[in-house]
Design a protein around this ligand. Sequence first.
Ligand SMILES: Nc1ncnc2c1ncn2[C@@H]1O[C@H](COP(=O)(O)OP(=O)(O)O)[C@@H](O)[C@H]1O
Ligand SMILES: [Mg+2]
Length: 243
Amino acid sequence: MTALLEVEGLTKRFGGVAAVDDCSFSVEAGTITALIGPNGSGKTTAFNMITGYLKQDSGTVRFDGGAVERARPAQLYRRGLSRTFQQARIFPELTAIENLVVAAGFSWRDLFGRRVSKRDEERARRMLDEFRLSHLADLPAGDLSYGQRKLLEFAAVLMSSPKLVLLDEPTAGVNPVMIDAMERHIRERNAAGVTFLIVEHDMQLVMRLCDPVIVLDQGAPIAFGPPAAIQTDERVLEAYLGG
Ligand SMILES: Nc1ncnc2c1ncn2[C@@H]1O[C@H](COP(=O)(O)OP(=O)(O)O)[C@@H](O)[C@H]1O
Ligand SMILES: [Mg+2]
């Protein structure tokens, strides 16, 4: 197997506290890898550095064979690394379909200058269809429910034809029907070749969907392996119970 993402010695301090502390791990191509750990263990901070939203104090990130040094989120997005946020980030004033078109790489100017080709609009419509959001296509995205917004954000990320998708708590606050939909979409995309790194608190979902699992505690990995081994790992139990 080859590593699609390699994180080496990544460190970020806020004030005196190391949120991410000499953290190293890799994500193999083709996997659905979970990144779990107690609240405050540095998962989101790690995501922010990997995706160029936050500059690390030290350490390196390599994606798809290339360094991610000083890369901007938009550049990484074009290279095939995209993410969702703990709080879904969509453009509330654009319609659902417009959000997908913008995510495909068109600027607002293209959108409003009607320079979006029929083909790209068709692709956005198919994506909405796939996510069973077609009936909402022309509503402002801000009018969608919380769960629908999360699905829309996920659909938008897929418009860039990513190689690696980082999902930060995709099912938090989402109803069970939407969680099933999210899980199905992750599996389908993974079968089509997309690699996932997922921060998720729903352990049942992690255990049935993800392999391997990386466990962070206080900014660094304390365990790595298949879900069954993680479930019985003493250090992991301690980190969760002690935290
Ligand atoms: N912008 C920030 N400023 C100061 N402290 C932060 C900031 N972001 C995160 N932290 C701190 O860093 C630690 C890790 O946070 P975070 O990465 O959000 O953890 P997780 O996503 O695992 O819950 C926490 O102690 C948090 O309070
Ligand atoms: Mg977080």
